[in-house]
Design a protein around this ligand. Structure first.
Ligand SMILES: [Ca+2]
Ligand SMILES: [Ca+2]
Length: 424
């Protein structure tokens, strides 16, 4: 079904299937639903019969052309998904393919009936595909980009792997669930857009009680910081009162269009697809796209370097926030020395994208300048201690994989708690 090497795959993946249209059982990607399955009726008129024969002839010619012009699976894949119309892939070209995964993958059987979520799943997968594969940020996946990516390999893996959650690249249902729930929490009016205030609440864990006194809050906060993340979640209300994870300056930059392709549908609003990019970038700052994402946000003048004044601009707000909650602060000059020691820029005093991609500690760099929660987290840890977890095959988990697994557990536990409350 997901075999793209095969030469017989020439028709559209799922003719006209739209996300959310509902499951169509038993259909296969190779079936041409409009023509291939229907034998000509005996009552068919002579003209209809000859037109059908003509169409078949055209199809055969198309197969020959496909084999002649598409030399490998990547170019065949693009040819098939675009029906031979283009040499690059647009997001909508993937809709039928991902819908077909929803309809036919054994690991998504439970999703089949929940047609209202099909479109959400489909668009999450597509956003993740573009995030990883479209390295040029052009909004169009070229054949070379596809060749350099693991996408076709992952699509083939869907054939063999019945547990969709093992396919952590792009298709995992658990990862989708985490992304979607995070968005749903922030999008209070559920119009599928979030604004600056919504994003400010990202990574907060609840509402603050109104009667909390500041001194108690400060004491609690220090406990949180000392005891680490566990305690932080437990006393999160204190955290909510005093600090949001992201600085307002970086949120302004995210909304400024620095990391948006094309023009926004709604000015000052972030779409679901943009949120997928944001969350992936926020939770895995080692990923090349994430490094580009935050670099674009911080490069205020767009000259391809992070200069001292840009670093100072972002650090200034961090300093104010730390001072406001009584945390001992490091003056900008000292912080700058530390950061330059860590990054070792090729051009002294100016940090390039390449410098950040070469550095293993880039997440610490970014969090120092705009994410107070993560910055304080890093502060408590030994930066050289191995943080890496491994999966059952001994493969190193990415920061994203680890985050998604942890958040999924939390969401399931929350849901279990809510169910119990309902039963009482
Ligand atoms: Ca909204
Ligand atoms: Ca700059």
């Amino acid at each position: 079904m997901y075999e793209w090497e095969g030469q017989e795959r020439v028709g559209p993946v799922r003719g006209g299937a739209r996300a959310g249209e509902g499951a169509r059982k038993g259909s296969k990607m190779g079936d041409n639903e409009d023509e291939g399955n229907h034998r000509p009726s005996v009552t068919m008129k002579e003209t209809e019969w000859s037109s059908l024969k003509d169409r078949r002839k055209v199809e055969r010619v198309n197969v020959c052309r496909l084999l002649g012009t598409c030399h490998d699976s990547a170019s065949r894949f693009v040819h098939v998904l675009t029906k031979g119309q283009r040499s690059h892939l647009l997001p909508d070209d993937f809709i039928s393919l991902v819908q077909d995964v929803v309809d036919t993958h054994p690991g998504l059987t439970f999703l089949k009936e929940a047609t209202e979520f099909h479109s959400r799943y489909v668009h999450t997968v597509i956003a993740r595909i573009f995030y990883c594969v479209n390295r040029s940020w052009s909004g169009r996946i070229s054949v070379p980009e596809l060749r350099r990516s693991n996408l076709l390999q992952v699509i083939r893996l869907l054939e063999e792997e019945d547990d969709i959650n093992q396919v952590t690249a792009y298709f995992s249902y658990e990862h989708f669930y985490v992304i979607y729930c995070k968005f749903w929490e922030l999008d209070r009016d559920h119009d599928l857009f979030i604004d600056r205030q919504d994003l400010q609440r990202h990574s907060d864990h609840g509402e603050a009680p109104s009667n909390i006194s500041l001194s108690v809050a400060l004491v609690e906060l220090f406990f949180c910081i000392r005891q680490g993340r566990e305690a932080m979640t437990k006393h999160s209300y204190v955290h909510v009162v005093l600090i949001a994870a992201l600085s307002t300056r970086i949120i302004d930059r995210i909304f400024s269009g620095a990391v948006t392709r094309g023009s926004r549908q709604h000015p000052d609003k972030m779409s679901y697809t943009e949120f997928v990019w944001f969350l992936l970038s926020e939770e895995d700052k080692q990923h090349p796209t994430a490094i580009e994402y935050w670099f674009r946000c911080m490069d205020l003048d767009g000259d391809g370097f992070l200069s001292m004044y840009e670093l100072e601009y972002f650090y200034e707000e961090q300093l104010q926030r730390m001072e406001a909650i009584g945390i001992e602060t490091l003056p900008f000059e000292d912080c700058l020395c530390q950061m330059l020691d860590m990054i070792h820029p090729v051009v002294p005093g100016k940090i390039s994208l390449r410098d950040l991609k070469h550095c293993k500690m880039t997440p610490i760099f970014f969090d120092t300048f705009f994410n107070l929660e993560k910055y304080l987290d890093h502060e408590q840890r030994d930066p050289f201690a191995s943080q890496r977890d491994h999966d059952t095959d001994g493969q190193e988990l990415s920061d994203w994989d680890r985050y998604a697994a942890e958040e999924y557990e939390l969401l399931v536990a929350e849901e279990g708690g809510a169910d119990q409350q309902d039963d009482m």
